[in-house]
Write a protein that binds this ligand. Structure first.
Ligand code: HEC
Length: 293
């Protein structure tokens, strides 16, 4: 009993310390004071955004959408108070060294790249509002066709030039996704060639509905104002297997799939076993008592 008391006292003392560890990320004063050597301009912020999308978005999510991965501690949204209160030097230090689930980028990204990501992150700081040149998104349009047997999408992108004519849009990123009941699921990317064309090989293993039908969306990056190219009911995906609840232990695979009658039966059996155990103990105690008298 006494041991238990000491143990819990120790835990109570240690707990605030542990919590402190998970909340405060100390940055050495000299690192904290570092200034971003790359200029705060459209070009650097844009380069930083591209780097962010490739290296950070998978965990931290889209800026302002609070759709980060649910890790512990959670990766903060780049537009959050927690992120913005960091000095440029602190951001650079944290990106460089990492901590727990946050990887260190010291060897993966050059210093220049890390500073550009800092520029991008600082573009969400209200204090920096108005410092960047407002760029109107370029008007663009997408066209495409699908070869369902070859499982290939042929895509092309065009943009309006100064005299109002549609011209091919070269070297632009195209994002292909499938529409799902809730939101959409990214499938892949393609890049237009010098004459604004791109081909996208549809992944063999991607599953549509039970007939292999998918509703596809093709979009351009954020620099363009462009309606998504919608291609509905393409028979280009692999058919989804219809589920047999009783095969492959699907029944037990997740809690929400488990049927209520199964849970009841389970609880009944477990409860019954405990009742029997309780009864046996009760009987033993009775015998014990009788022996004493
Ligand atoms: C594998 C997931 C993952 C990736 C990839 C990732 N992060 Fe993180 N990041 C985290 C987690 C988890 C935390 C919280 C860590 C903590 O508080 O101990 C974090 C914290 C941070 C912080 C500190 C926030 C604070 O509390 O002050 C910064 C800054 C940061 N990340 C920037 C980046 C940048 C920039 C990139 C891309 C170059 C990146 N992260 C990539 C998971 C990730």
């Amino acid at each position: 009993m006494r041991k238990f008391f000491f143990l819990s006292a120790a835990v109570l003392f240690l707990l605030p310390g542990l919590q402190g560890f998970s909340q405060v990320w100390e940055v050495p004063a000299d690192q904290d004071a570092l200034k971003n050597p790359s200029a705060f301009n459209n070009e650097n912020v844009k380069a930083g955004r591209e780097l962010y999308n490739t290296h950070c978005k998978s965990c931290h999510g889209d800026p302002g959408k609070n759709n980060a991965l649910p890790l512990v501690p959670p990766p903060p949204d780049v537009t959050s108070e927690q992120m913005l209160q960091n000095s440029e030097g602190a951001l650079f230090y944290k990106i460089t060294t990492g901590r727990v689930a946050m990887p260190a980028f010291e060897t993966t990204l050059t210093e220049e790249q890390r500073w550009r990501i800092v520029s991008f992150m600082k573009s969400f700081d209200p204090a920096n509002e108005g410092l960047l040149v407002k760029e109107e998104p370029v008007k663009a349009r997408l066209q495409g066709a699908a070869d369902e047997t070859a499982k290939v999408l042929t895509l092309s992108a065009q943009t309006l030039n100064a005299s109002g004519e549609w011209m091919p849009l070269p070297h632009a990123d195209l994002f292909i996704s499938a529409k799902r009941t809730f939101g959409s699921l990214a499938i892949g990317q393609a890049k237009t060639n010098g004459s604004g064309h791109a081909e996208f090989k549809f992944p063999e293993e991607f599953k549509g509905d039970w007939e292999g039908l998918v509703d596809l969306r093709v979009t351009l990056g954020e620099d363009f104002s462009c309606d998504p190219l919608v291609m509905n009911r393409l028979k280009i995906a692999a058919p989804a297997d219809t589920e047999n609840l009783f095969a492959d232990r699907v029944l037990w695979s997740t809690n929400d799939r488990t049927q209520w009658w199964l849970i009841l039966a389970y609880l009944g059996v477990v409860g019954g076993v405990w009742l029997v155990i309780g009864y046996v103990i009760f009987q033993i105690l009775k015998i014990y008592k009788a022996g004493k008298e």
